[in-house]
Design a protein around this ligand. Structure first.
Ligand code: UD1
Length: 417
């Protein structure tokens, strides 16, 4: 099994540079299907979800060329509209290929998508909005087939501001006939980046960063070069790691403007944060104090993707806290593992009640999802003794090399071979 070995050894210190954003690069890679010619994406993270998306793109006929952090995607000649089952079922984000494939090839077939097991993850909003724009779906056993004459612009109100569904709506609208208005959209920075990429390729999207996007369909899009911004969730992971270990670190290339909610919670815990132009200097001089209540929310609220790391941090803070998860059910899977390390956490419905402890003790743990896995690594760094975190491949879905990064911050940590 893939295992990370970590020894708890005091406050983190040093500097870490933040990789490109997973949740930005995945939909932008999907968007390259809409463009005949070679697009170049810079600052792409080396993570397994990107590898999976590249394999999906290759499976439909895209040609990929990688040079360090740059990726060139040539979608000039597509040959296939059925996505391979094993790839689709290993990554939920494969659903964002639905609109580009339909738009470009007029049909798409895929199995129901997989990904981290963090509760019910239906795709009803994706299908609802693509149907409103003209697609027809039939479902057989475990796969879904979509067909289309043309996407035709209309007004669609999303029942929930789903990130992926908003992205599918945008990807359908850019080459649709006429005007598409998407209401109650997700406002996440990664949605903004997708819009900026598409507009630089010739799309006409208005209202970027707001809950109402207006898209005038254009005839075609043109190849572009685009740089992926830094990953706010990875930056937030190291921010809370400094808080939890009473560390003093520099987070270089941090997307500070997109991290307000996380920074505000860290400050409430007693963290001193200096915001440079794209560097966060973080110092937690004393044991962190508990925050009364944190509720995960859609952007600009506190991100659900940082909830697990926050749980670890609150487990070693002074006082009692409540964390309410409003986005994904079943995202408290790490509570059992943290409890085995001596954390005092009880869950009831979508709330976790945490009573901070002075110390955690080392243990052998199992990651069950990406963000939970990173939070267990942090717990190992906070604990006394040697911990082992199994199933580290989950962490590699979103972190280029969490061991390398934590070593830059002085931790004793390695992936076991
Ligand atoms: C994206 C992010 C993920 C993040 C999540 C919420 C990517 C690649 N992943 O996931 O890291 O945790 O946003 O910020 O960008 N829902 C439905 N029906 C749908 C679609 C979603 O009920 O058709 C529900 C989901 O079950 C969930 C909630 O809406 O409860 C949020 O999901 P969504 O915003 O779609 O998340 P993703 O796009 O999958």
């Amino acid at each position: 099994m893939d295992v990370i070995h970590v020894e708890g050894n005091g406050p983190l210190q040093g500097e870490v540079t933040i990789q490109g954003s997973k949740n930005a690069v995945l939909p932008i890679l999907a968007a390259t299907i809409l463009i005949e010619g070679v697009c170049c994406l810079k600052n792409c993270p080396h993570i397994s979800d990107v590898e999976c998306m590249l394999n999906l793109l290759e499976s439909v006929g895209c040609r990929i060329c990688r040079d360090k952090d740059s990726l060139k995607v040539d979608a000039s000649n597509l040959k296939e509209t059925r996505l391979p089952k094993e790839l689709v079922s290993s990554m939920r984000s494969s659903i964002i290929l639905l609109a580009p494939l339909l738009s470009r090839c007029k049909e798409a077939t895929l199995n129901y998508p997989g990904g981290c097991v963090i509760g019910e993850r239906p795709i009803d909003i994706h299908l609802y909005l693509l149907k409103k724009l003209g697609a027809v779906f039939t479902s057989e056993e475990d796969f879904l087939k979509g067909r289309l004459k043309d996407f035709s612009g209309t007004t669609v109100h999303l029942t929930f501001p789903s990130v992926g569904a908003t992205e599918n709506g945008i990807l359908a609208g850019v080459l649709a006939k006429g005007r598409t208005v998407l209401m109650n959209c997700a406002k996440e920075p990664e949605v903004r980046q997708l819009c900026q990429f598409l507009n630089s390729a010739g799309a006409k999207i208005d209202g970027i960063g707001t809950e109402c996007l207006t898209i005038e369909g254009v005839e075609r899009l043109y190849p572009v070069t685009y740089t992926i911004e830094a990953d706010r969730i990875v930056a937030g992971t190291y921010l809370f790691s400094a808080v939890a270990t009473r560390g003093r670190i520099g987070i270089l290339n941090a997307p500070i403007a997109d991290m307000e909610a996380a920074i505000a919670v860290a400050r409430q815990m007693g963290c001193r944060i200096f915001e440079g132009s794209n560097c966060l200097e973080v110092w937690q001089p004393d044991r962190p104090t508990a925050v009364k209540k944190v509720k995960t929310m859609v952007y600009p609220g506190f991100p659900t993707d940082l909830q697990s790391v926050l749980l670890t941090t609150l487990s070693v803070s002074k006082g009692e806290s409540v964390v309410e998860e409003t986005i994904f059910s079943n995202r408290f899977k790490i509570v059992e593992e943290l409890s085995r390390m001596g954390a005092d956490i009880k869950t009831e419905g979508n709330c976790a009640y945490i009573c901070g402890k002075n110390n955690l003790h080392a243990a052998s743990l199992l990651a069950e999802d990406l963000r939970g896995g990173a939070a267990l690594v942090l717990a190992g760094i906070c604990a006394h003794g040697e911990s082992f975190i199994g199933n580290s491949h989950f962490i590699e879905r979103g972190y280029e090399d969490i061991c390398r990064d934590f070593r830059m911050l002085g931790a004793t940590i390695e992936k076991m071979r």
